[in-house]
Design a protein around this ligand. Sequence first.
Ligand SMILES: *[C@@H]1O[C@H](CO)[C@@H](O)[C@H](O)[C@H]1NC(C)=O
Length: 305
Amino acid sequence: MACPKCAYSILRIPVRILAKLLFVSCLAWIVLTNALLCYLHDGSSPSLSTIPVELTNKDIYFLIAHPDDEVMFFGPTILELSLPKYNNSMNLLCLSTGNGAGLGSTRELELLKSTQILFSLYGSQRPQPVVKIVNDEARFMDTMDAEWDAQLVAEELGLFVKTSDALVITFDEGGVSGHPNHVSLFEGAKVYVSQTPASLYTLSSASSVWEKYSFTLITNWKLFKRLVASRPHSVLAQAFNRRFSPIEVDTLLGGAPVEIYATMNMFLAAVGAMAWGHYSQMVWFRYGWMLLSRYLTFNELRLVQ
Ligand SMILES: *[C@@H]1O[C@H](CO)[C@@H](O)[C@H](O)[C@H]1NC(C)=O
């Protein structure tokens, strides 16, 4: 016999453990990000990532498929690379209005609102950010199963890019979740860079669903290792290195991936851009998604070409 009450009491313990885990992990993340900010930058910098020189003084072109990709997946990257100290110009090309559920015209406007929030610290002497949305359902239909023609994607990117040595950032071959629209952008961007001097960085897809929804758990571990490495002579580092193998300071040589970590303020800006900018998308499960998704606190970029 069905017994909703029993089901409830069976579920209660794991839910309570999960809630505690998330709470502790969140606190640890706030402490770790702030400690690193103090140690790495005397607390005066809003960022705790190490950005290689290849990602500075550039004309950066983000290539996304739907309004809200920019914040759901690329949030930390956009917030970080638009800081004035990197002297990048920022451009964003979105190849659909996200009209899958008939909300295209609303979502177009929402993308502009979201990018206003994400680009709000942008203050370098570079040209103002440019956002372009392509509304062409014949070529780029927003669906869960249609691939877009790589050649057409490359052409559209070519129409948007204004400089010869552009730097394109888009999804990788995994498309975050295997979404065919996302994967098509990777294929199209590859075609584009093979014909031009532009370079291409891709956002690494999480290796598993556990990593994707790991909240700050994995990120905390990596931040902790960075903290130990940043203070090699501290008691903490000595104890840690005795117990485990010594930790190397991040190296940016030899094409190692670029790791971009959100600070708490960056995370809150991304949540604001999503929750307020993309208001129509805030159905109930998005709140859980935003809380658990690793992409809101961490991005890894890989150089493709
Ligand atoms: C910023 O980047 C542009 C384009 O690469 C360059 O011309 C300019 O000198 C840079 N400004 C600074 C302050 O580095």
